[in-house]
Design a protein around this ligand. Sequence first.
Ligand code: PHE
Length: 470
Amino acid sequence: MEKQRENWGSRIGFVLAAAGSAVGLGNIWRFPYLTGENGGSAFILIYLVFVIFIGISVMIAEFTLGRNSGLATVGAIKSYSDRFTFVGAMGVLSAFLIMGFYPVVGGWALAYILESVTGLYSLTPDGIGDTFGAFITGGVQPVVWMLIFLAMNVLIVAKGIKGGIEKAAKVLMPTLFILLIFIAIRSLTLDGAGEGLAFIFRPDFSEVDGGTFLAALGQAFFSLSLGMGAMITYGSYLSKKENLVENAVIVTGLDVGVALLAGIAMFPAIFAFGMEPAQGPGLVFVVIPMVFAEMGGIGALFGIIFFIALAVAALTSSVSLMEVVVSYLIDQRDVQRKKAVYGTGVVMAIMAVLASLSLGVFGPLPVFNVGVFDLFDILSDKVFLGLGGMFIAIVTGWVVDKEVLRKEITNDGTVGFALFEAWHFLIKWIIPLAVAVVAIFGIIDIEETAVMLFGIAIVALLAVFSRKLH
Ligand code: PHE
């Protein structure tokens, strides 16, 4: 007998959960520091082009494959062609890789809730910077916070779709929007804010190279939770009545909106305080506290709320990453949900401990020349997500029957999708080609050649043994 698959509780519940998956550290932590490192406006422009011409279409494809098959990543792809099962396996692997570093940053956010009340905002700008550096390289403390963050994931995912993930997303996502708007206003009214706005909005292509395109593509996929089946998995729990295209557009719009808002909240302040925009992963943990320090007494209150909201945004994303692995174990391996969650949690904890320690006690790995944290990061978003997105497009465009797609997307012809033909053409031809070109130029340009080659070797190996995977 066929089991009735659990569904999302409500329309808004799905949108918020999918947006919750998309909106996360990718928007508030990663997008601003990548923008800073890649020269500002040109990076943003390229990223937006990728989001509009690649992101939305791949998201529609992922929702469609998920709902049509009613299965999570591996099962969904395998149900269309076992020659491509490896694409699902890549997704599960990506989930592990991202969860190898994501909880580390989630833990930083948790720690900064506490820092907000213990005098961080009474420090000088240099003091705020040094505090962050000392904290993440400190060893035990960031590891403990990371484990707390991961434990929250385990609790939520163990409760299943409706009870856990959806409820958490409903309350906490709106808080984040409102808060970012507040910070943006404060930041924009600082003396010298204009230069920051110019940095992110005045087009300047002088610093663009192949690496910029790859970084922008990786960021587009990472931020929209695409290329690894998170949206296939969430789509598999989606009711047959929902309008897939509409949902994809709303989720993408919210995600881009939050990223731009985070940029507007941070860059004016960065320039107003005379800071270096290209300072890397510490950016949000240094700039935002500086804005709060500027506010005087009330700053601490803003700080608490901001870092709670950041931790929650991270949490609604990381639960979707964990759900990719868990739903795979449930669908394909007949593991019970609770057991799947605990097992997955333990493996992710080990990976994240290594990643956290790689910022302090452990140095770079031999051969790769980067630490474990960076290894997981580069492998996932510069290799796996992009290639994963390309293969998902290929499966959708070349393997799945076009009429099956049309029926699924239009809910058996009951809702319209005027751009169906254009979407199909993009998915079948343009997106695979575009991703391939960006990947090739990016690979040529990137410094971490050993990491890239290692990642590509794994993908090739999985592809060769695709039919044996299950
Ligand atoms: N989109 C999430 C973020 O921006 C990260 C994520 C990537 C979640 C891939 C799920 C899948 O933080």
